[in-house]
Design a protein around this ligand. Sequence first.
Ligand code: NAD
Length: 244
Amino acid sequence: MNCAVITGAASGIGRACALRLAATGAAVALLDIHGAGGTRQEIEDRGGEATEYAVDVTDDDAVREVVAALPAAPTVLVNAAGIIVRKKLLECSVEEWRRVVDVNLTGYFILLRHVIPAMSGAGGGSIVQIASIAGHTGYGFSSYTAAKGGVLALTRQLAAELAGHGIRINSVSPGVVTSGLNRDTLGNPAIRSATVDNIPLGRLGEPDDIARVVAFLAGPEAAFVTGADLVADGGMISTIHWGE
Ligand code: NAD
């Protein structure tokens, strides 16, 4: 049985990944800080198999226990749990900085350090890390940008390290996607329309736009792809606006 572990599975991109991977027949393990009952119910209503775990991805002991309790050895891991603090460097407290780096980067490390041995023991698998266009560009919020840049570097670093375990690892860098993370910001009509104006494809991303890319990287169609980042942003960072 294929078992896919997804963090941040209660909402947005993680939830969409869980629905899509469950539809391919994987038993999905849903991790989120307050559990992921809604996602589990949706999957079960569609005839899929899901277990949920209320776990903070920064809690090493708790993640170890969850991985030990999985119904089957994991063959897919999607690291998606994330938070943002919308502050410039000089506005950001040390506590805020630490929490953003803790969840968005150290939390990925904690999942990797417990899942990789189990995945390797099961003969290998595929890992997809949700990074961001913020890791590629000056996005404005330093703690988030730094953490996402770390995810990109870590993913590249691990490609060679994990190949001998039969594990591929890639990242996806979403652009602006409608989700819990930016519900408030995109709720402002002026910000929303200025953002869309900067996206050549003329719309915001939907969580399933990202989940489809994740499913590709996680699955056999991407058998020769590792250490890569796939930008899914509607063309946003490929474009320079000259104020016309
Ligand atoms: P979201 O807020 O809808 O979902 C994030 C989920 O992570 C939530 O369910 C939340 O409860 C969970 N979470 C937060 N902290 C956690 C912790 N410590 N332990 C366990 N779970 C925790 O946001 P989203 O947009 O779906 O975010 C998913 C990923 O996509 C994040 O890594 C985010 O940085 C990334 N991303 C989002 C966008 C975007 O525009 N929405 C763009 C680029 C990258």
